[in-house]
Ligand binder design. Sequence first.
Ligand code: ADP
Ligand code: MG
Length: 366
Amino acid sequence: MKRRLWVIPALLCMLCMTACSAAGTAAGVENGHDGRDSSSAGNAEEGAQDPVQTDFFAMDTYMTFTAYGDRAREALTLAEEEIRRLESEWSVTDEDSEIWKINHSGGQPVTLSDETAQIVRFALGMAEETDGALEPTIYPVLTAWGFTTDENRIPGEEELRSLLENVGYEKVELNGNQITLPAGMELDLGAVGKGYAGDLTAELLEEKGITSALLDIGGNVQAVGSRPDGTDWRLGLRNPYGEGSIGVLSVSDCAVVTSGDYERYFIGEDGKEYGHIIDPETGYPVDNGLASVTIITEEGKKGDALSTSMFVKGLEQAQEYWRTHPDFDMILITEDGQIYLTEGVQDRFELNGSFGNMEVHVITAD
Ligand code: ADP
Ligand code: MG
């Protein structure tokens, strides 16, 4: 039985996290760090350590980093610096960025830093693996829809057809650190860069001895370790139909990345909603009945690539992909109020009370 849910235009739309102080079940409470703690009477409700938090805007999104431990403040400052460094390297609009150089090379080879070559190689590899659902050269089409300037419009069929001639990851040549992008094409790391940034900052925190932190990179959440008391982080999964969260996911030490249409979209003159994730086959924003896709995986960059590409693939094809690449978990939410989740997270996800009557389907490996 399908239940039609109203779709309320969402404003602030990150995967909202609540590192809630749920009544921990863990007996052997383990503090993330030494800390002068107060876990005297066995009630670790108000943790042994206070979190250190920093909020900032970068990579076109809001970020909130939370960490525990003596060196948390210092580590978070370094993490923010790292994000800003990546932002300037990979910005599509900053003339000093490596991506800008590639996009203005007029078809001439460009030598990349090791790091940029590595992420471009990863993005091209994921494009191939997802049969082009992830398309790192979709940028000109995104521009035509106005998503890069916020001056949205609906491009004509002819315009899209001609733009799509300049789209295609397989036309990008990457040999070692040397990249050649045919003139007229543009490369954009928008669908994977934040995931990579999460991996890198998580590593940096770990190097600084942090064993408990949550990095919210505009909807991509990177969990370093577990909560200071050793229990799982409890992450609120963004409600794609409106405000608040739809349920809670309990996880440790992984990346949780969501893509959906509720975040960036516009309403066209025809009254339809157009989202910012483009189906590279048609040049049109994805409109396949999915409201959001959440990927749970070890690596943020992989989660990011998969959240975008599984959203493009849609309900059936995303399940097929998972069955042949079962090294991640996912939660798919449809526009008509159903939830599909892979078996690995079925016991880790709890719907919030008001969503308790949504239909839940478990995706199994068979
Ligand atoms: P967000 O960055 O908003 O969290 P995603 O990770 O899903 O969401 O990335 C969406 C961004 O990726 C778009 O804003 C656009 O820059 C780019 N993009 C849109 N469609 C595609 C696609 N099919 N393949 C790769 N990148 C895409
Ligand atoms: Mg993505």
